[in-house]
Design a protein around this ligand. Structure first.
Ligand code: ZN
Length: 196
């Protein structure tokens, strides 16, 4: 058995996705080898993501301020909003450098099995944003089972709003998550979006 502090760190690391005991053990020893200032920086960042990060009041992206850098960027168009399920999806689309509009992050998908209802998602604020001169809502929701249900729900409640609703097209295989898709696939899917 390892000393208590080491066992406890291994347990902490096993909370990370895909990390079992063996990997956690390897990470723990690597951490033990780091210099004091590197450990200090790591600890500060760990505390920082819980104390400094908040969700942007407008779009739901992560930010250290009330509004995120994307919402504050005056060079971006305010006529288009891409709706995504997760923060990571924004990064996947931004990496393509082929979109200059706004985003709206739902923070999940509807799911009957997990009991996630519309009230649990960041949907309400989307309606107030539409009233600010938005011309197109682009649904960039991954074609998983829950994603399909979410996209259908959104298109039905947006039907009566005075805004064009499109969905990013084929290219993304059924069941694929947006942040696993390569950049070219995302660009194609964005360019070939369809009215719904
Ligand atoms: Zn924002």
């Amino acid at each position: 058995m390892y000393p208590k502090v080491l066992e406890s760190l291994i347990e902490n690391l096993m909370k990370l996705p895909g990390v079992g005991y063996k990997s956690a053990q390897r990470y723990a020893f690597k951490l033990y080898e780091l210099e004091n200032d590197e450990i200090e920086s790591l600890v500060n960042n760990l505390i920082g993501i819980k104390t400094k990060l908040k969700k942007c009041n407008k779009c739901g992206f992560l930010s250290e301020n009330d509004l995120c850098d994307i919402c504050l960027d005056k060079n971006r168009s305010s006529k288009k909003i891409i709706v995504v399920s997760y923060v990571q999806d924004v990064i996947a689309i931004e990496k393509t450098q082929s979109y200059d509009g706004q985003y709206h992050i739902l923070n999940g998908n509807l799911s009957s099995s997990k009991g996630i209802m519309p009230k649990d998602l960041n949907i309400e604020t989307l309606f107030s944003r539409i009233k600010e001169g938005v011309e197109e809502i682009i649904l960039a929701i991954s074609p998983t089972l829950d994603g399909e249900i979410t996209a259908k729900y959104l298109s039905s409640i947006l039907k009566n709003e005075n805004v064009k609703v499109t969905r990013i097209a084929s290219g993304l295989p059924m069941g694929a998550n947006l942040d696993y898709a390569d950049e070219l696939t995302i660009i194609k899917a964005l360019n070939n979006r369809q009215d719904i």
